[in-house]
Design a protein. Structure first.
Length: 183
């Protein structure tokens, strides 16, 4: 009887002992929507992974989306009285986003309507020509968004993303992000 009890306790520990009661359940987010990790086979799948990374605070997933030549552009209205555009590269972007993920426990990102979606492919004369998605090597998508940081801060606006397809065929990455948030 004692051996049966010990075996049962060991089986229970192995089965339930590895569960983290504080971890969010994969794919469950507010309002019954889902967050799914994709293979980045299209720019829209990159944006799904972007949303996933923000919701779950996953800086590793986020870093896979950002190209080494990445540039983030935003308008700072507080500079020089009238404001100006400023930018930073991949390293600062990853540090800033990682800091955001650590500082804010609950992040919600919702993509709204797509304002513009364009794809380009090289033509025979080495000039990029506008094409449908199939065969494209670069893309530009403008999308409305709503970002909620905790219970206090809400941002809305438009994000203009430029993407490039990787040479190795590993998917698409973000090479440029212009933030047109509404302050």
């Amino acid at each position: 009887m004692k051996q049966f009890f010990l075996f049962g306790m060991m089986l229970f520990s192995l089965t339930y002992g590895c569960a983290n009661p504080f971890a969010p359940k994969l794919g469950e987010v507010e309002k019954g929507t889902a967050a799914i990790l994709t293979e980045r086979l299209s720019p829209n799948e990159v944006l799904e992974n972007f949303r996933f990374a923000y919701i779950f605070g996953d800086s590793l997933v986020y870093s896979e989306l950002i190209d080494t030549a990445f540039l983030f552009l935003y308008f700072d209205p507080n500079v020089e009285g009238t404001g100006r555009f400023d930018s930073w590269g991949r390293d600062i972007e990853l540090r800033a986003t990682g800091g955001l993920f650590r500082a804010v426990r609950n992040i919600t990102l919702e993509w709204n309507s797509t304002i513009e979606e364009k794809y380009w492919s090289p033509s025979p004369d080495s000039v990029l020509a506008s094409v449908e998605f199939e065969g494209a090597i670069s893309a530009k998508i403008s999308k409305g968004f709503q970002l909620k940081l905790g219970s206090e801060i809400q941002l809305a606006g438009t994000a203009v993303f430029s993407f490039e397809k990787e040479n190795r065929g590993d998917g698409w990455r973000i090479v440029r992000w212009v933030d047109e948030s509404i302050f």
